[in-house]
Each structure stands twice: as structure tokens, then as C-alpha cells.
Ligand binder design. Structure first.
Ligand code: NAP
Length: 245
């Protein structure tokens, strides 16, 4: 019997847990941060909450007899990814990162890049006045001082202060459709979209909607991955790595 830890909170992590449930003599434990009130749960064993940094995770890996770790967290969950790299290096447990590719512009896109959310907040006033902000509730505070702008912010759970003065919140989670995104952006007369480069099809319809409406898009670049850690882009590759390790 072998044990694998899947660091989750993404659709890919849920699909990986599903794929691994068919592998004989394999125990799969999925881990969630516990941030979302009603998370979509993977099949099988699930644990919830932080480990207490790299040290806590290393101790947990030993206590649970974990043989392999797949980091299938969101591309912007850089704290968890750094912690996984450190803990697995310390314990000698093999680590694989499953990371969906970032989005690529196509003809008609008017994309601008920011190195991080703080830079996006500095750049934004030059791009528009009515902002569709989709970077997640943990980042809304970075835009709180932009008093001249109006914000439509979408998040899974309600954001907490500090918040922009002129703010309308929509609570929703993907997948989203092009028609739905177009209707939302037209209803609120949005003139600029702000997003992280999350990648994947679940939340990409807003990019197609911005293209259709010829609106500028401000994308926050992904944080870098830890050096030397193997990375795959698909659930199938990650499942094969687990089977063959
Ligand atoms: P983060 O900043 O990298 O993580 C901060 C801390 O939260 C980690 O150090 C860890 O605490 C705990 N944590 C994060 N993911 C965990 C997991 N899967 N299992 C157990 N503990 C976890 O992460 P985040 O950006 O807040 O994201 C939190 C979760 O939401 C992740 O699972 C991620 O996949 C998911 N998510 C994030 C985004 C996003 O835009 N950031 C979007 C969609 C989903 P300890 O140090 O105590 O271990």
C-alpha cells in the first residue's frame, strides 16, 4: 500500500483524486486550505486546513507515511507551493507540481501585464474607469484606495475590508459562459477587466467577452515556481507519474 498527498483546491486536483481512486493499493489524501465555505469536494479521503508551514507539512508527511506529493494547487497559491517544495526536500518525498498552462493572447486581445496585484492597482487607472475585478476576494484590498474607479468584483465568498468605496460584489464560481460574461459586462458598462493569469477553460470566457467588446484586460503574472521541481500540465500526466513512481 502506498500513500499520495494531493494538495488541492482546484478542479484538476479533484479530477486527479478521481483518477487515482481507480489505482489499486493506493491511498489518496486530498488536502484543502479550508478558505471556501462550501468547497467542491474531491472523492475519497479529505483533510482540511493549513499544516503549519513547511515544518508542519514535513512532520505531517512522516506521521501519515506519505510516499508521494502532487501539488495541484492554484497557480497563485505560492505559499503552499513553496512550503511543499521545502517539506518534500527535507523529508525526501518525491514532489510533482500539476500546473495548468497560462492563457495566451489571440488576435483582437488588448492585454496588459502586471507583475503582481500591487502593480495592477497602480496601472489600472490608466486603462479604464468601470472595472470588472476577478482576482479573488483576498486581493480586493489592493484596489481599496482607487477612489476614482467603480468596481464590479466577483468572488466565491464575500470579500472583507478594506474594500473600494464604489463596489458591487457578485458571488459566483465558475465555470462561466461567454453569453453570461457578456451580459454581466454590458449590464454594468464595464470598460476594463482585471484578472490573474489563472489559465484553464473554467474562467476564460471573460477574456473572450473582453475581446468581443474590445476592452482592455489587465493580467497579473503568475508567481514563479520553486526551482528544480518537476512540473506537468495535465491530470493524465500527474496520474501516470503517481502510477509509475
Ligand atoms: P497560499 O497563499 O499559497 O497558502 C497560504 C497557506 O494556506 C499555506 O501556507 C497553507 O498553510 C494553507 N494552504 C493553502 N493551500 C492549502 C491546501 N491545499 N491544503 C492545506 N493547506 C493549504 O494559498 P491561497 O492562494 O490562499 O489558496 C488557498 C487554496 O485555495 C489553495 O488550496 C488553492 O489551490 C485554492 N485556490 C486559490 C486561488 C487563488 O487565486 N490563490 C484560486 C482558486 C483556488 P500552512 O502554511 O499552515 O500549511
Amino acid at each position: 500500500m502506498r500513500s499520495v498527498l494531493v494538495l488541492g483546491g482546484t478542479g484538476e486536483a479533484r479530477r486527479l483524486a478521481d483518477a487515482l481512486s481507480a489505482v489499486p493499493r493506493l491511498r489518496t489524501v486530498s488536502s484543502l486550505a479550508g478558505r471556501v465555505t462550501h468547497p467542491a469536494l474531491p472523492v475519497g479521503e479529505v483533510r482540511t486546513g493549513g499544516f503549519g508551514g513547511a515544518e508542519g507539512l514535513a512532520a505531517w508527511l512522516k506521521a501519515e507515511g506519505i510516499d508521494l506529493v502532487v501539488d495541484a494547487t492554484h497557480p497563485f497559491a505560492s505559499g503552499m507551493t513553496a512550503s511543499a517544495a521545502q517539506a518534500t526536500a527535507r523529508t525526501g518525498v518525491p514532489l510533482l507540481v500539476l500546473r495548468r498552462p497560462g492563457w495566451q493572447p489571440v488576435q483582437g486581445d488588448r492585454w496588459h501585464w502586471a507583475a503582481d496585484v500591487a502593480e495592477a492597482a497602480r496601472t489600472l487607472p490608466g486603462l479604464g474607469r468601470r472595472v470588472f475585478l476577478t482576482t479573488g476576494r483576498q486581493t480586493i484590498g489592493a484596489f481599496a484606495r482607487l477612489d476614482g474607479l467603480w468596481f464590479l468584483a466577483r468572488s466565491v465568498d464575500p470579500p472583507e475590508p478594506p474594500l473600494p468605496r464604489a463596489l458591487h460584489v457578485v458571488l459566483d464560481r465558475g465555470p462561466f459562459t461567454l453569453d453570461g460574461e457578456l451580459a454581466l459586462m454590458r449590464e454594468h458598462a464595464v470598460d476594463v477587466l482585471v484578472t490573474k493569469d489563472s489559465g484553464g477553460p473554467m474562467t476564460s470566457a471573460k477574456l473572450a467577452a473582453a475581446r468581443t467588446l474590445s476592452l482592455p484586460v489587465l493580467l497579473v503574472r503568475r508567481p514563479p515556481l520553486p526551482e528544480g521541481v518537476p512540473v506537468v500540465a495535465t491530470v493524465e500526466e500527474a496520474a501516470a507519474w503517481v502510477r509509475e513512481s
